[in-house]
Design a binder for this molecule. Structure first.
Ligand code: ATP
Ligand code: MG
Length: 444
């Protein structure tokens, strides 16, 4: 792709309405465009990143045996009246009437709709567990939409739902998602820590929020630094192994402000391990038993002939919020350098020909490199403009492809100037460059 032909409307300066760096960068490089308060269009650069995040989220859901469905954005109020949440949800719910005067709504979440799907088809415990998920737009009429796509009104979410025969099996499902979340965020190159959380309007009694540390985050967190040394290495998709994984994390005090208790924090965490900071919620999982299945009649036949309501959980990831969260974690605002993790980068590599006007041979070299990279499924963007070198570098540093090839005076025969953003450049053959990137991609 030539930059001159791409739709990447870069701004010279940071827009003043943006208060945090993810919002600033996203507007600056034209990843999004606001359409009305808290509602955005996604332009090519932003859309590419979001789709790559979505793909990783999906792959990790599939790995734990969850099955993808797609529920609509518009729902009928009927099922929400059955669960009792039509009133409870309050002003955050966008209520609509159709031409027959029927009360509809734009879904803020899908517990009711998925319970309705479940109850109409699953009748026996033999079909359990069921893990269903979808990735769909949600609407919440947030009182204060802000920070761009971090707290907006229309956002893209992966939400999954589990259905089990009893608590023990339901915890097994819960722990599968716990593992899947750790793996998802790791592939996105984020350190997301699970924290015991309140259940809010979703209801229930067991819940974790997954939070990444960021000064600009809206959640206050209190944690034990030792939690950062943990990982999910070696966890098998088995009851015991997953239980141990969750215990390993739960042993450390780690909560958001709703659950914070100063005495407990000081008792459980030694002074040197205490960390009190802010973070961004990127995922939230809940177990709530029969909170929805009971009022909505979602029951199955048990082995002895009796019936019981299924035990449910729900599991959300803010796919669109993650785009901003990654920027908050990775953008070096001072030097104006963004380096996307290779797993979600809009382009793998930026090709920067340093050339004067009508220098066709340098541009041709760039094209050849582009074609060669394509053969290996590596995506590249070529700066074919006749701007000077420093403004080309500035621009590419904002776009954030993690690697750059500079074709200029340094280019000598087969050797190309190659740079991993943030590191010094080195002269390498194209073949070696390709190998380096392929190797990095394979790790994710
Ligand atoms: P928050 O406390 O940030 O409002 P929540 O607890 O209401 O989040 P959930 O209902 O658990 O959120 O939704 C799952 C995920 O969807 C959240 O972890 C978050 O990443 C994302 N999310 C929720 N609300 C928004 C929003 N207004 N804009 C963008 N993403 C959101
Ligand atoms: Mg909320």
């Amino acid at each position: 792709m030539y930059i001159s032909k791409s739709f990447i409307p870069i701004l010279k300066n940071t827009p003043s309405e943006a208060k945090i760096k993810s919002h600033q960068l996203m507007l600056r490089v034209g990843m999004i465009k606001q359409s009305s308060a808290g509602i955005y269009s996604w332009l090519p650069l932003g859309f590419k990143v979001m789709k790559k995040i979505e793909k990783i989220v999906r792959e990790e859901q599939n790995k734990i045996g969850a099955q993808e469905i797609l529920m609509p954005t518009i729902q009928s109020s009927e099922i929400w009246k059955e669960s009792g949440r039509y009133e409870d949800y309050g002003e955050e719910m966008l209520r609509i009437k159709d031409r027959q005067d029927r009360e509809m709504l734009y879904g803020p979440t899908n517990e009711e709709l998925v319970t309705d799907i479940f109850r109409s088809s699953v009748k026996s415990y033999k079909s359990l567990p069921q893990l269903l998920y979808h990735i769909q737009w949600k609407f919440r009429d947030e009182i204060r939409p802000r920070f761009g796509i971090m707290r907006c009104r229309e956002f893209y979410m992966k939400d999954a739902y589990s259905f089990d025969i009893n608590d023990e099996e339901a915890f097994f499902s819960y722990n599968k998602f716990f593992l899947s979340y750790l793996k998802t965020f790791k592939r996105l190159n984020l350190t997301a820590i699970p924290m015991a959380a309140d259940t809010g309007p979703i209801g229930g009694n067991l819940s974790h929020e997954f939070i990444i540390l960021a000064e600009t985050g809206e959640s206050k967190i209190y944690t034990d630094k030792r939690i950062f040394d943990l990982d999910s290495e070696g966890t098998k998709l088995e009851k015991k192994s997953l239980e141990d994984l969750r215990k390993k994390y739960d042993q450390f005090y780690s909560v958001t402000d709703e659950k914070f208790d100063k005495d407990e924090f000081e008792k459980k965490v030694s002074e040197k391990n205490r960390l009190q900071t802010k973070g961004i919620e990127v995922g939230h999982i809940f177990y709530f038993g029969d909170k929805y299945s009971k009022p909505m009649g979602g029951s199955v036949d048990l082995p002895g002939g009796k019936k019981d309501f299924v035990k449910m959980g729900s599991y959300g990831v803010g796919v669109s919020r993650l785009v901003g969260a990654i920027i908050e974690a990775k953008y070096d605002e001072k030097n104006e350098v963004m380096k996307w993790p290779i797993s979600v980068a809009p382009y793998d590599i930026a090709i920067i020909p340093v050339m004067s006007k009508n220098d066709n041979s340098t541009l041709e070299k760039a094209n050849n490199i582009y074609l060669e990279l394509n053969k290996y499924n590596l995506s590249a963007i070529i700066d074919d403009t006749d701007e000077n070198f420093s403004s080309k570098i500035k621009k590419m540093n904002l776009i954030g492809a993690p690697y750059q090839i500079i074709i200029g005076k340094q280019t000598d025969g087969d050797l190309l100037e190659f740079k991993e953003v943030g590191n010094d450049s080195q002269n390498l053959k194209l073949k070696d460059i390709i190998n380096i990137i392929i190797e990095q991609k394979a790790k994710n």
